[in-house]
Write a protein that binds this ligand. Structure first.
Ligand code: SF4
Ligand code: SF4
Length: 248
């Protein structure tokens, strides 16, 4: 019988006999493959609750492991190791160490939501992926991912000025991620703009990137958003049993 999802079994747990004959039948090599049993002793019994406490993870308990999310997933199509169904399974079982083995690819979710539309149980796997990436970061298992840094830069600018200047977002994102500004695609885009738009418009665009406009009377909205964001952050940290941000 073939082993389904063999890629999920760690290579060190797969065993094959190079030369094996049973009752006259040669079952050498992959014909004699078996999976070594192992004992898992490091469960985190609160793992599902921790993920469910973060925005997006609320419906994780509804999953019945049909696999439609992974089947529909954009990233899984190019990287079979990106497997939302499997990670939801690990979280529900509390297998934290097993989940951490994939910590460097979980954040690669592109938020396309194809999984969300495919899910028959309204789990919202995209939200679960987001909550899991957030959990990894809050627990200190991973540095902030590029997508998180982008979200921070984007939200930071909206909160500060009440507006969005695309050029400024790109500039700050490249700065935060240590990337040079002279990306070939960006240079091509700027050259395209220079050819197509009037000079006055381009000058306005350039000034907005250096000194962005602000929405008039934005101060009170900014304070309210900051207060709300701090409350949510404190709630998330409390749900994970973490101290206040910056506390030792
Ligand atoms: S939202 Fe993420 S997990 Fe869902 S299909 Fe898209 S890439 Fe895959
Ligand atoms: S599609 Fe929904 S129910 Fe099915 S495995 Fe994915 S999250 Fe679970």
């Amino acid at each position: 019988m073939p082993i389904h999802e063999k890629s999920l079994i760690r290579p060190e747990n797969l065993r094959e006999q190079e030369n094996l004959v049973i009752e006259g039948m040669d079952v050498s090599g992959h014909w004699s493959t078996f999976i070594e049993s192992r004992a898992v002793t490091d469960y985190n019994e609160a793992l599902q609750e921790e993920i469910a406490a973060l925005p997006g993870g609320e419906n994780i308990h509804r999953c019945w492991q049909c696999g439609s999310c992974t089947n529909a997933c954009t990233v899984n199509a190019v990287n079979p190791e990106f497997n939302p169904r499997y990670w939801i399974y690990l979280i529900r079982l509390g297998m934290e160490d097993e989940l951490l083995r994939d910590k460097d690819i979980i954040w690669q979710c592109v938020s396309c939501n194809k999984c969300t539309y495919a899910c028959p149980r309204d789990v919202v796997p995209e939200g679960v992926m987001k909550a899991t990436a957030h959990w990894l970061e809050l627990k200190g298992h991973t540095p902030k991912s590029p997508s998180m840094l982008f979200d921070e830069v984007f939200a930071g600018q909206v909160i500060k000025t009440g507006r969005i200047e695309d050029g400024l977002v790109l500039r700050d994102f490249f700065k935060r991620t240590g990337q040079p500004l002279n990306q070939p695609w960006l240079v091509a885009m700027v050259l395209g703009l220079v050819k197509r738009f009037p000079l006055a418009y381009l000058i306005k665009l350039g000034i907005a990137t250096i000194r962005p406009d602000r929405t008039r009377g934005w101060g009170r909205a900014r304070d309210a958003i900051n207060e709300y964001a701090e409350e949510v952050e404190a709630q998330n940290r409390k749900a994970l049993g973490l101290g206040a941000k910056g506390a030792k």
